[in-house]
Design a protein around this ligand. Structure first.
Ligand code: SF4
Ligand code: SF4
Length: 164
C-alpha cells in the first residue's frame, strides 16, 4: 500500500484532465442506472481494499464535523460540546468545524479509529463513491482520487463502464 499511496498523486495528476472532461459530460447526461452502478463499483472495490492498511484519508484530510457529530462524539467523551470543540476543532474558511490538525487525533498507530462507533458522518461516507447522484460531487471526487486509492480505482472503472 505504501507504494500505491506514494504514486497516487502523480497518477491522479496524469488522469486529471481526462477525469474533468468525463465528469463534465456525466453531469450533462448521467446514465439512468448511475446510482445502481456506483453501488456496484464501490462495493466491488471495497471488497478488495483494506482501509486498515491505508488510512490515508485520516492522515491527510480531516472530515467536517456537523453539529450532530459534535453532540454525539462529545457525549462519548463525556464532555460538553463546547469543551470538545475547544479541545479538538477549529472553524475553517467555509465556516465548518474541522480538526485542528491532521493526521486525525483519533487515529491510532495501528490505523484504527478510536471513535469508530461514533465517528463523523463524513468519515462514514468517505469517499462518497456509493452516494446517489454521484455526478453532483465531481469536484470533490476530482480531489479525492488523489487521496484515496479506492476512489481512484472506482473512477477508472467507471470510465471503462460508462459510455458518454
Ligand atoms: S477510504 Fe480510501 S483513503 Fe481512506 S483508508 Fe480507505 S482506501 Fe484509504
Ligand atoms: S474520526 Fe476516525 S475515521 Fe474519521 S478521520 Fe479521524 S480516525 Fe479517521
Amino acid at each position: 500500500m505504501d507504494e500505491v499511496l506514494k504514486d497516487l498523486p502523480r497518477r491522479a495528476k496524469d488522469t486529471h484532465t481526462e477525469n474533468k472532461k468525463f465528469f463534465t459530460k456525466l453531469k450533462k447526461k448521467p446514465p439512468k442506472n448511475l446510482d445502481v452502478l456506483m453501488v456496484e463499483l464501490h462495493d466491488a472495490e471495497f471488497e478488495r481494499t483494506d482501509c486498515l492498511t491505508c488510512a490515508n484519508c485520516c492522515k491527510t484530510t480531516g472530515p467536517l464535523f456537523t453539529d450532530k457529530d459534535v453532540e454525539r462524539i462529545s457525549k462519548h467523551f463525556r464532555m460538553k460540546p463546547q469543551q470538545f470543540i475547544k479541545t479538538y476543532l477549529q472553524v475553517d474558511e467555509e465556516n465548518d468545524y474541522v480538526l485542528q490538525e491532521v493526521p486525525c487525533t483519533f487515529l491510532g498507530a495501528d490505523n484504527y479509529c478510536s471513535i469508530y462507533e461514533v465517528r463523523p458522518k463524513a468519515c462514514r461516507e468517505f469517499p462518497h463513491t456509493d452516494r446517489r447522484k454521484f455526478q453532483q460531487i465531481s469536484n470533490l471526487t476530482l480531489k479525492n482520487v488523489a487521496i484515496c486509492p479506492a476512489a481512484f480505482n472506482i473512477v477508472e472503472e467507471m470510465k471503462r463502464r460508462v459510455n458518454l
